[in-house]
Design a protein around this ligand. Structure first.
Ligand code: NAG
Ligand code: NAG
Length: 546
């Protein structure tokens, strides 16, 4: 993630999606043999009826039966333990959260405690916003009563630290022109970082606005007040902290910047989509605070950015089977466009309980282009990373990295590895998909692009056809497929279980050959992404069982 400008690398090999994959012949999978007893469901699209296979006779049984018992108690036990460890490891990386810290400012979220090989002992606006957003969600899960970690105090210290960082003149600029808000990283004591870096990065202000807006919404939901004297009240936070970040987006969304992996100066789906979500939340807040003029400014920017994302950007060309994270790299022939960042974008930019997000923000979890992107990443990376080879042909998920052409190994440049963030993110996407389908009794649609990947993990048979497989929520097989999706998502978390150390420590990466921890230790975001995946696992299981 963190090497400054590793843009000019050599030859890139890119498997252009599943479509033109050159695979060594011993990897070619035999078609999975399912029982030939067919389910005759009238509401399954007719031409596909014969490809939905009876699940009950299949050896791989549903694990989420009505009794709610799962077959693998070890795994369940580990998940619970690791879920709790993860939140503690996040909080351990926040200044002042568990006691006083010498060289970390109160509320500063360090990316990792590691100070050398590699040095991540800094605070990144993006990593901090994403991980504190998980703490806001945990506070919500506790109904604003987290006696264990005193999360309101921790979150408010993050907000106050954000107020100070916003006002620091730094190499990206200053507060007066707003340009300084695009600075990606600061010292742990909340002073500017003056070394060379890929800057500006324009995703930080939006992500921070999302997190802080979520906290204000939580205060409203539970009828609570700000406790910090220095932060005064919600209206102060809206005016002084959220609004400058939103103004930054209205001013700079159409300017290029570095991507979330800090390597490429261009336009990126992750940046644009999370900016759009921030504007949407800003529209709600500005109404609540009766800030009419600014509301209008936000609506204008929202419509323009949305049009850019859907039409002008090239993030979703009609002839492409998946989302393109950075279209300029594809145009130059340097990358195929596949990137876990696009999945992260969907997850950060959509609150799956908010119907407006689904309607107005492109690429919700139920949009087939999102699962197509994950399927294509899986189809590439299961071959790319040797630790995955032993599982090829089995109905399981695989260790996933950032993007196919990645050559950052966690210390320098050689070969890319699987990442904890990416592997947990795959699981979270599928849990959220199951949750959304189930809550809305929405039909399951499996596109031709997804067939290749999903036919191995769902009770469906892979055949080449141009049509979607549609399973209505009234079909008997509906819950069977949702169960299979849950089980599939679990297998990504099982990979994580295999690669953490005995105390559940997570680095940034794990080695593509040996599977051992690699790159920076105790990356805050690794714990955050795992915590979030397991949170959505519980929600998805509950939704299916209801
Ligand atoms: C908060 O949680 C604690 C312990 O979990 C409980 O004793 C207390 O009653 C709760 N308070 C409220 C207001 O729900
Ligand atoms: C919020 O706090 C600010 C700063 O102390 C104060 O000027 C303002 O009147 C307060 N607003 C509300 C609604 O309490």
């Amino acid at each position: 993630m963190r090497s400054y400008r590793i843009e000019s690398f050599g030859i890139l090999i890119c498997f252009l999606s599943a479509v033109s994959l050159a695979i060594p012949s011993h990897f070619v999978e035999k078609s999975v043999l399912f029982s030939q007893k067919l389910l005759e469901q009238p509401d399954i699209t007719k031409s596909w009826t014969s490809h939905l296979i009876s699940y009950l006779t299949h050896s791989w049984q549903s694990s989420y039966d009505t009794k709610g018992t799962a077959p693998n108690d070890d795994f369940e036990e580990w998940l619970e333990k690791q879920h709790n460890r993860a939140v503690y490891r996040i909080v351990e990386n926040i200044g002042g959260a568990l006691g006083t810290t010498d060289d970390i400012a109160d509320g500063a979220v360090i990316a990792s405690p590691s100070r050398f090989h590699p040095d991540y002992f800094y605070q990144w606006t993006r990593d901090a916003a994403i991980t504190v957003n998980y703490l806001v969600q945990r506070l919500d899960d506790s109904k604003f009563n987290d006696t264990e970690l005193d999360l309101p105090r921790v979150i408010e210290s993050y907000i106050l630290n954000s107020y100070r960082l916003q006002r620091l003149t730094n190499p990206s600029g200053n507060f007066e022109t707003l340009s300084g808000l695009g600075e990606p990283k600061f010292m742990p004591d909340s002073t500017p970082f003056s070394g060379p870096w890929g800057r500006p990065q324009r995703d930080g202000p939006g992500l921070r606005a999302i997190t802080i807006s979520n906290y204000l919404n939580l205060l409203e939901k539970y009828n609570q007040e700000i406790s910090s004297d220095e932060l005064h009240n919600s209206s102060f936070i809206y005016e002084q902290i959220i609004k400058p970040d939103l103004r930054y987006i209205t001013k700079y969304w159409s300017s290029s910047g570095f991507d979330l992996w800090e390597e490429i100066d261009s336009y990126h789906l992750f940046t644009s989509l999370t900016q759009l979500k921030a504007l949407m939340m800003g529209m709600e807040l500005s109404s609540r605070f009766k800030d009419q003029e600014f509301h209008t400014t936000l609506v204008v920017a929202f419509n323009a950015l949305r049009f850019f994302i859907l039409v002008d950007s090239g993030f979703q060309p009609s002839d492409y089977p998946f989302l393109i994270e950075t279209p300029s790299l594809v145009a130059k022939g340097r990358r195929c466009g596949l990137d876990m960042a696009s999945i992260l974008a969907t997850l950060q930019a959509h609150d799956v309980d908010n119907q407006d997000d689904t309607l107005f923000i492109p690429f919700p979890v139920t949009d087939s282009s999102v699962m197509n992107t994950l399927s294509a990443l899986v189809d590439d990376m299961k071959y790319r990373y040797p630790i995955n080879h032993k599982y090829i042909g089995l109905p399981v998920g695989f260790a996933l990295g950032r993007y196919p052409e990645d050559i950052y190994d966690g210390y320098g440049i050689s070969e890319g590895n699987p990442w904890f963030i990416s592997t947990a993110t795959a699981a979270e996407l599928i849990y959220k998909l199951v949750y959304s389908l189930s809550m809305n009794s929405q039909s399951i649609v499996i596109t031709p692009q997804q067939m290749k990947s999903l036919s191995r993990v769902l009770p469906i048979q892979y055949v080449i056809s141009g049509q979607n497989l549609v399973v209505s929520s009234k079909a008997e097989s509906y819950n069977v497929i949702l169960d299979s999706l849950l089980k599939y998502a679990d297998t990504f978390l099982q990979i994580i279980k295999e690669h953490v150390d005995a105390d559940g420590h997570m680095s940034e990466q794990f080695n593509r050959y040996s599977g051992f921890l690699e790159g920076v230790e105790d990356l805050t975001w690794s714990y955050g992404s795992f915590w979030s995946a397991t949170r959505w696992r519980s929600k998805a299981i509950a939704a299916v069982q209801n």
